[in-house]
Design a protein around this ligand. Structure first.
Ligand SMILES: O=C[C@H](O)COP(=O)(O)O
Length: 249
C-alpha cells in the first residue's frame, strides 16, 4: 500500500511573513484523519526559515531544484549537500518550468536526480508532455523518455525510494486539469514501464499528479488507483485550499 503524498510547490512566491502565516495555518489544520504525508517545497532563500518553523512538525521540507554540481565555481547554485544540511527531505528535479525556462536537458535532470540520492534526499522527478505533444499522441513516449533518462544513466535502483510527478505542461497554472481518466492512463503507463525493470519498485513508487489540482478536483484525481498524491502549485499558497486537498486524500 502506497502512502499518499501531498506536496506544495511554492515556486517563486512568498515573503518571510506570508510563509510563517501559511505554515501556521497548515499546521493548525492538519489532523490525524488526513491520510497523507505532507511536504512543502520552498524557495532556497526560505529553506532555513521553513526548517526552523517545521521543527517538531509532521510536515516535510523540500526544495524546488538542485545544482548538478557538488561544489565549485557555479555562481548562484545550491548543492544537494547544502540542502541536506537544512533537513530537506524532498527536492523537485526536472520541473517543466526548469526544463522550458532554463533549458534543462534530460541528462542534466538525471545528474541532479543522482546528486539528491547521494545525499539521502528524495528526488521528485517531474515529467509531462506539452499540449502539442499530447495532440500528436506522443504523451506516453515523452514521459517514458524522461524517466528512461534517469534509469539509463543510473540504473533502475536509482528509482528506489524516489517519487515521480506526472505534470502535463498544459495543465500547470492554467486551471485546465487533466481528467482523472487522462491522468490515470499516464500514471498506469509509468507503472508498467517501472514494472518492466523491477516489480517492487513499480509497486512502491509514489506517482503524484500535478497541474491545477485544487479542492474541487482533488478527490476524483486522488481516487484513481495509480495516483498516489499531488504536487500542488497555486493551491498550496492558501492554507485552506492546501488543507482541503490533504483532506481529500
Ligand atoms: O509543481 C506544481 C505544478 O507545476 C502545478 O502547479 P499548479 O497547481 O499551479 O498548476
Amino acid at each position: 500500500m502506497r502512502q499518499t503524498l501531498i506536496a506544495g510547490n511554492w515556486k517563486l512566491n512568498g515573503t518571510k511573513q506570508s510563509i510563517i502565516e501559511l505554515l501556521a495555518g497548515i499546521s493548525a489544520g492538519l489532523n490525524n484523519s488526513m491520510n497523507a504525508s505532507v511536504a512543502v517545497c520552498a524557495p532556497y532563500i526560505y529553506v532555513p526559515l521553513v526548517e526552523t518553523a517545521l521543527k517538531d512538525s509532521d510536515i516535510s521540507l523540500g526544495a524546488q531544484d538542485v545544482s548538478a554540481h557538488t561544489s565549485g565555481a557555479y555562481t548562484g547554485e545550491v548543492s544537494a549537500s547544502m540542502l541536506a544540511e537544512f533537513s530537506c527531505e524532498y527536492c523537485l528535479v526536472g520541473h517543466s518550468e526548469r526544463r522550458s525556462l532554463h533549458i534543462e536537458t534530460d541528462a542534466e535532470v538525471a545528474t541532479k536526480f543522482k546528486m539528491l540520492k547521494d545525499q539521502g534526499i528524495t528526488p521528485v522527478l517531474c515529467v509531462g508532455e506539452s499540449l502539442e505533444e499530447r495532440d500528436q499522441g506522443v504523451t506516453e513516449d515523452v514521459v517514458k523518455q524522461q524517466i528512461l533518462a534517469v534509469i539509463d544513466a543510473h540504473g533502475i535502483s536509482a528509482l528506489e525510494n524516489a517519487v515521480i510527478a506526472y505534470e502535463p505542461v498544459w495543465a500547470i497554472g492554467t486551471g485546465r486539469t487533466a481528467t482523472p481518466d487522462q491522468a490515470q492512463e499516464v500514471h498506469a503507463s509509468i507503472r508498467v514501464l517501472l514494472e518492466s525493470f523491477d516489480k517492487t519498485i513499480a509497486e512502491t513508487t509514489q506517482i503524484l499528479y500535478g497541474g491545477s489540482m485544487n479542492p474541487a478536483n482533488a478527490s476524483a484525481l486522488l481516487a484513481m488507483p495509480d495516483i498516489d498524491g499531488g504536487l500542488i502549485g497555486g493551491a498550496s499558497l492558501k492554507a485552506d485550499d492546501f488543507l482541503a486537498i490533504c483532506q481529500a486524500a
